[in-house]
Write a protein of this length. Structure first.
Length: 303
């Protein structure tokens, strides 16, 4: 059975259709940090009962591969309750991916549902984590600035929340947009706004920010550009839709040896300075932001 863990340490999140045993078997042998067993967009509604049964079977089986997360149906309908009840009948996943979030209360309600499930299984509280897709609806994007205050005031939800991620496909459809990028290939203003708000809200709550999918999975060069941008801006991982995307994602979000060595030297400089607010390294003054960044790098590389 999958075990839970901090989303901040999860670099690659590979989507796998919940009703495809073949694709699941292949994904379990991949180097992905987490598999997202999908009950939403990649599964025909008529196949959802079979997908729930398949996922329940997979969660109950022992394996040493990636963490198993489940993307459930959107809030506001009976399908979400059925997804959780049937897939978690025998065992719990590492986490739930909640799509099409429109307000903070939907995240709180999902956290409360998970608490009931955990109690039924006799497990530890807040063991099943929660990753929220927070930009897929116009209402959700408009509400994002409120999330840090509202969710921060809910200790139960805050303890369970692993991170935020963003998506452009559903938002594009909701807006009736004919495209998401301009002539240069850059995101247009609305979609860059969605990406930025996701990153800022995650940082305000001190949870992981996971970059959205790169849909052109055969375009390795474009994926690499997105990865470089995401790492530069502060994202800690990225969603994937194809196994070939996993290795580049893992590499992009794994600090290099040079970065780790510099981070260790920053920590050593602060220790030598008596852990004060400033220190000196290579003839330059460094302060608390440098220390925080060094700590993040070593945490991402597990020392």
């Amino acid at each position: 059975m999958s075990t839970s863990g901090a989303a901040a340490a999860l670099r690659s999140w590979l989507f796998v259709p919940g009703d495809s045993e073949r694709k699941q078997a292949k994904a379990l042998t991949s180097a992905a940090d987490a598999l997202i067993l999908d009950l939403e967009d990649s599964v025909d509604p008529a196949q959802r009962p079979a997908a729930r049964a398949r996922i329940a079977q997979l969660l109950a089986a022992s394996h040493a591969g990636p963490q198993l997360w489940v993307r459930v149906s959107a809030p506001g309908g009976e399908a979400l309750a059925q997804d959780l009840a049937q897939t978690c009948a025998r065992a719990l996943p590492a986490g739930i991916v909640l799509p099409k979030v429109s307000n903070a209360q939907e995240i709180i309600a999902a956290a409360e549902r998970l608490a009931v499930l955990e109690a039924a299984h006799g497990g530890a509280a807040a063991r099943v984590r929660l990753l929220a897709l927070v930009t897929e609806t116009p209402a959700g994007l408009l509400a994002l600035p409120q999330y840090p205050q509202v969710l921060g005031a809910s200790p139960v939800t805050r303890a369970r929340l692993a991170g935020f991620t963003w998506g452009a496909e559903d938002l594009s459809a909701a807006l009736g947009a004919s495209g998401k990028r301009d002539r240069t290939g850059a995101l247009t203003f609305t979609f860059e706004l969605a990406r930025a708000h996701c990153l800022l809200a995650a940082a305000a709550l001190e949870v992981a920010a996971i970059d959205g999918v790169h849909t052109e999975f055969r375009d390795a060069a474009a994926l690499q550009r997105e990865l470089e941008d995401a790492r530069r801006d502060g994202f800690g991982g990225k969603l994937a839709i194809h196994p070939d995307q996993v290795a580049p994602i893992n590499a992009a979000f794994s600090p290099s040896e040079a970065e780790r060595e510099h981070a260790r030297r920053v920590l050593a400089a602060f220790a030598a300075a008596g852990n004060s607010g400033v220190a000196s390294l290579d003839g330059q003054m460094i302060d608390r932001p440098h220390l925080l960044q060094a700590q993040r790098i070593l945490a991402a590389s597990k020392g």
